[in-house]
Design a protein around this ligand. Structure first.
Ligand SMILES: N=C(N)NCCCC[C@H](N)C(=O)O
Ligand SMILES: O=C(O)CCC(=O)C(=O)O
Ligand SMILES: [Fe+2]
Length: 328
C-alpha cells in the first residue's frame, strides 16, 4: 500500500549483488539490510533508486539513443510496418496514447524476440523482429550488451524482493520468471517551447499517468532534467530527479498481483518543463511471457489469508495494454 511519501528512497544494492547467488545469502547481514530497505521502499512508495555505479554501458546507450532518435526524425530510418510488425520500431510524437490522451514523446520500442509459434495464439501479437537503429552501426551490439546488463541487475534485485516478501530467493525464477520477457523503450521528450510545432506548452504531458506492466522497471534517465513524477497516496506528484549512478526502479502490475497488493504498481507520469530535449532508456523486466501469475502463498498468508487478485497471464496483460496504446 502506498503512503504519503515525500521523496523516493535511495538504496545501495551492492551488498545484495555481492552475495545474491550464494546459498547462504539469507544469513548475510549486508543482504538482510538491503532486503529490509527494499521491503520498506516497495511498501511505501513502489519506487526506489538503486545505486549501481557500473552503469557505463548505460551512459553510452543514452548518448547513442539520443543520436538514434535524432537521426530517425531526420531521415526516418525506422518504420512501423503496420501489418507485419506493429509493435516494434519507431513511434512519432503523439502516436502512443495513455488513457485516451496522446503522449508528447517519441520512442523506439524493442521487445524480446519470441520464436515463431512458441506461445501459440498467445504469442502471435508479439511476434516479429526488432528494428535496430542503423546509426551508429554497432547500435545492435550496444543494445544487446545493455539488455543483458539490465536483465542481470533486475534478476538480482528480484532475488532481494523475493526475500523481502518472505519467500525464497528464487521465487521469481523458474516458471514465473526464469525466462523473463523484457521490453525496452528509448524515449525522447521534446523540451517545452521547442519550435518543432509539436510541443509548445509547459503543461504538455510527455507521458500520462500509468503503471508499468511487469515485475520491475529500470529507468536510466537523462542527467540534469527533472521530469518523472510519482503519485503518492494523497494524490501529490512527487518528483524523481535524476541521481547519477542510479537506476530508478519501480514495481509493475505483475508484482502487485504476486505480492497480493503488499507492493503496489505506483502511478507515475513524465512532464518535461525544461527547454531541453530529454532522453530516457526504460527497461522493463517481466515474467515469462506465458507465466500464470497469482498471489504468492506467503503473501496471501501475510494478508490474513485473503486473496486480493484474480489470476492473470502476463502475455495477455501485455497484449491488452499494447493494443490500446495506439490509435488504429
Ligand atoms: N511497457 C511500458 N510499461 N510502457 C509504458 C508506457 C506507458 C504509457 C502507455 N501509453 C500506457 O498507457 O500504458
Ligand atoms: O521517462 C521516464 O522517466 C519514465 C518513462 C516511463 O514511465 C515508461 O516508459 O513507462
Ligand atoms: Fe512507466
Amino acid at each position: 500500500m502506498a503512503t504519503d511519501f515525500k521523496s523516493i528512497p535511495v538504496i545501495d544494492v551492492a551488498p545484495l549483488f555481492a552475495k545474491c547467488d550464494d546459498p547462504k545469502m539469507v544469513q548475510d547481514p549486508g543482504v538482510r539490510e538491503v532486503v529490509k530497505q527494499l521491503d520498506q521502499a516497495c511498501r511505501e512508495a513502489g519506487f526506489f533508486y538503486a545505486i549501481y555505479w557500473r552503469i557505463l554501458e548505460g551512459h553510452i546507450l543514452m548518448l547513442v539513443s539520443r543520436y538514434a532518435l535524432d537521426m530517425n526524425v531526420r531521415y526516418g530510418c525506422l518504420k512501423k510496418h503496420k501489418r507485419l510488425n506493429q509493435n516494434r520500431g519507431y513511434q512519432r510524437i503523439g502516436e502512443n496514447i495513455t488513457k485516451g490522451v496522446p503522449d508528447m514523446d517519441e520512442a523506439i520500442d524493442c521487445y524480446k524476440e519470441l520464436k515463431q509459434g512458441m506461445y501459440g495464439a498467445l504469442g502471435k501479437p508479439m511476434e516479429g523482429c526488432n528494428q535496430w537503429p542503423h546509426y551508429p552501426p554497432n547500435f545492435k551490439e550496444l543494445m544487446e550488451k545493455y539488455i543483458s546488463l539490465c536483465t542481470e541487475v533486475s534478476r538480482k534485485i528480484m532475488r532481494g524482493i523475493a526475500l523481502a516478501l518472505g519467500g525464497s530467493p528464487d521465487e521469481f525464477e523458474g516458471e514465473r520468471g526464469g525466462d523473463a520477457f523484457w521490453v525496452m523503450r528509448l524515449i525522447g521528450y521534446p523540451g517545452a517551447s521547442t519550435a518543432n510545432g509539436k510541443c509548445t506548452s509547459e503543461n504538455d504531458i510527455g507521458c500520462g499517468a500509468h503503471t508499468d506492466y511487469g515485475l520491475l522497471t529500470l529507468v536510466n534517465q537523462d542527467e540534469n532534467i527533472t521530469a518523472l513524477q510519482v503519485r503518492n497516496q494523497a494524490g501529490e506528484w512527487i518528483s524523481a530527479p535524476p541521481i547519477p549512478g542510479t537506476f530508478v526502479c519501480n514495481i509493475g502490475d505483475m508484482l502487485k498481483i504476486l505480492s497480493n497488493g503488499l507492493y503496489e504498481s505506483t502511478l507515475h507520469r513524465v512532464i518535461n518543463k525544461s527547454p531541453t530535449y530529454r532522453v530516457c532508456v526504460a527497461f522493463f523486466y517481466e515474467p515469462n511471457y506465458d507465466a500464470a501469475v497469482e498471489p504468492l502463498e506467503v503473501c496471501v498468508r501475510k494478508s490474513s489469508g485473503i486473496r486480493k487478485f484474480e489470476n492473470a497471464v502476463y502475455g495477455e496483460h501485455l497484449v491488452s495494454k499494447v493494443q490500446t496504446n495506439f490509435v488504429t
